[in-house]
Design a protein around this ligand. Structure first.
Ligand code: NAP
Length: 286
């Protein structure tokens, strides 16, 4: 579809945003659908958020994705926030309504989708590494899946305490306990699922891992190791887990599914999930 005077604008705001894979995935989907839209990356610094959103309203931006550092800061700028986003305390998808901007969180659905496809998780135990924004979506997702125990491990006591306080007024009430990193030798033997939500092992720190082989060896053989990072593939964490015979999952499907859920909102119809996944795989393997 050529870009013309009628083409509608979608995009992603963040800082930094130039490495985002969302434009690749969404523009492939828009082309497949023949939709008269384009999806672009908008670098928006912390102090530019309010101005950018006001500008989006004026120039007719139809919807946008939200990434670091705006996922929480955008909340007061929205007219409507879904229960899901309120429960998580963060928004990653925004769309235009007659009354103003509406926001939701599709990271939860994205995180849950590949897990649901594997087996039922009710009654299981998860160990979550890290306590930032993505960890909040993971905790919400595990609550939805019926996990009986959600153990979050972090490196800063005050951030962990704040993370726990953040759930006090949430309707989800996850079965959450928080722990210092040093508790891992006690926690890992109980894990059915281990989720890395730290950036350790991303392309910028490729080769690093939040858990060494001796840590992973403490996990039961039934444990699935889920790294939210999607590049490199595999991360060092997943390569080590695989060497020990543990099942592994990377963050690509979460990225695809959260994007598909967002596109379905913007276009009010089903997203071409296979096209979105293939576009990312092709891009990462180029
Ligand atoms: P974030 O809000 O910055 O949180 C990162 C967390 O990791 C914080 O708790 C941080 O602790 C901890 N951490 C950072 N470096 C660490 C280290 N060296 N050792 C131990 N802990 C460390 O970031 P986020 O938004 O949650 O994103 C985290 C990761 O998830 C990124 O790699 C991102 O790409 C990935 N992600 C993937 C998807 C997907 O669709 N697949 C979606 C969202 C996020 P401090 O507070 O102490 O720094």
């Amino acid at each position: 579809m050529p870009i013309t005077g009628t083409t509608q604008i979608l995009g992603i705001i963040g800082a930094p945003v130039n490495h985002s894979l969302s434009p690749v995935m969404h523009n492939a989907a828009l082309a497949e659908l023949g939709a008269d839209y384009v999806y672009v990356a908008f670098p928006v610094a912390v102090d530019g958020l309010e101005t950018a959103i006001a500008g989006f309203k004026v120039i007719g931006v139809q919807g946008f994705s939200v990434t670091i550092p705006h996922k929480q800061a955008i909340l007061p700028l929205l007219t409507t926030v879904t229960d899901e986003a309120q429960a998580v305390g963060a928004v990653n998808t925004v769309w235009r309504t007659e009354r103003g901007w509406a926001g939701t969180n599709t990271d939860v659905a994205g995180f849950v989708a590949p897990l649901k496809a594997l087996k039922p998780w009710a009654g299981s135990t998860v160990v979550v590494l890290g306590n930032g924004g993505a960890a909040r979506a993971v905790v919400a997702g595990c609550a939805h899946l019926g996990f009986k125990s959600v153990q979050v491990v972090g490196r800063r006591a005050e951030a962990l305490a704040a993370f726990q306080r953040g759930w006090i007024s949430s309707p989800l009430q996850p079965p959450l306990t928080v722990h210092p990193w040093e508790a891992l030798p006690t926690l890992l033997p109980t894990a059915d699922l281990i989720v890395n939500t730290t950036p350790l092992g991303m392309h910028t720190t490729a080769g690093q891992t939040p858990l060494a082989t001796e840590d992973l060896a403490l996990a039961p053989s039934r444990a699935l190791v889920y790294d939210l990072i999607y590049t490199p593939r595999p991360t060092r964490l997943l390569a080590l887990a695989d060497q020990l015979g543990l099942a592994t999952l990377d963050g690509l499907e979460m990225l695809v599914q959260q994007g598909a859920a967002a596109l379905a909102i913007w276009l009010d119809g089903p997203a071409p999930v296979d096209t979105m996944r293939q576009a990312l795989v092709d891009w990462l393997e180029r």
